[in-house]
Design a protein around this ligand. Structure first.
Ligand SMILES: [Zn+2]
Ligand SMILES: [Zn+2]
Length: 212
């Protein structure tokens, strides 16, 4: 395929940092791409040269015991091949193994960019986050991390009509901002307690303090 769009996965950065020792040095990284078919092997019948396609992050043979039960990610003949066992898609051109089961034609009505996240990121947020999390109508869902996978989980969790979705993410320390209502309230209570302490220390009459 001639690659038109790719994304950089968190997995790629793990590889760069040495976290995936099975990747040989010099391997072209990348397992999430869209592109245009340049050439097909003899058993590829689902796409033809010129088709716009999405290449899945997992290459599925289609006939092993995992593929035949729909667990393509565990395929014993392909699996995570791109940018791992073989050169991946962070390139102008890439070879996609088991293409008959591993690439999908992009509908004319959709742009490459609109489907790009289906290669891995959106599917990960949906399956590993929302489906494994068992999201049900009325639930309160907490999603830790608002990166691409967290945002995909946020979008797809809404398919199950949760009551609340709470996304937890770190933010940079804000520049000086006016105190919030809660901070003003705490400051007022600290002043009241300090006044009480001072009065007791002076031995004066105990007075009722207004707090407004
Ligand atoms: Zn990925
Ligand atoms: Zn397989």
């Amino acid at each position: 395929m001639r690659v038109t769009h790719t994304t950089i996965c968190g997995t790629d950065s793990h590889i760069i940092k040495g976290g995936v020792p099975t990747v040989k040095p010099g391997t072209v990284l990348g397992h999430e791409a869209t592109g245009v078919v340049e050439e097909v092997g003899s058993s590829v019948t689902n796409v033809r040269p010129g088709d716009r396609i999405l290449a899945a992050c997992v290459s599925a043979c289609g006939y092993c015991r995992f593929c035949t039960t729909g667990m393509y990610g565990q395929c014993v003949n392909g699996g995570w091949a791109l940018g791992h066992a073989i050169d991946g898609v962070q390139a102008e051109y890439a070879r996609i193994p088991f293409a008959r089961n591993s690439v999908y034609k992009i509908p004319d009505a959709l742009t490459d960019e609109q489907v790009l996240f289906l290669t891995d990121i959106l599917a990960t947020g949906y399956e590993v986050g929302v489906l494994n999390g068992g999201v049900r109508p009325g639930d309160t869902v907490v999603i830790v991390g608002a990166g691409p996978v967290g945002l995909s989980a946020t979008v797809t969790a809404r398919l199950f009509s949760p009551r609340n979705i709470v996304v937890v993410e770190r933010t940079a320390a804000p520049a000086h901002q006016p105190p919030t209502a809660v901070e003003r309230d705490h400051a007022r209570l600290r002043r009241v307690h300090a006044q009480r302490r001072d009065r007791r220390a002076e031995g004066g009459p105990h007075q009722r303090l207004t707090t407004s």
